[in-house]
Design a protein around this ligand. Sequence first.
Ligand SMILES: [Zn+2]
Length: 76
Amino acid sequence: MKMNEVKCPKCGRADKQNKKGFTAVGSQRYFCNACHYKYTPERKKWVYTEEQRNQALQAADARLLRQGCGKSVRNE
Ligand SMILES: [Zn+2]
């Protein structure tokens, strides 16, 4: 994977991605010319280790479950 390759989170295309200014906090904004979706790819400022990433993901999962988001998958 190329370092500066960005992918549209909506349609998943890696081509036709244009830079489109910055967000209020200074993150690079992108614009997808395929589906006209504006997004901000993962922030490069914060570098997480694999472990920190997993912990953050688990915390986010736990939060979602606690919120009782009806879409959580239950294997019961
Ligand atoms: Zn798109």
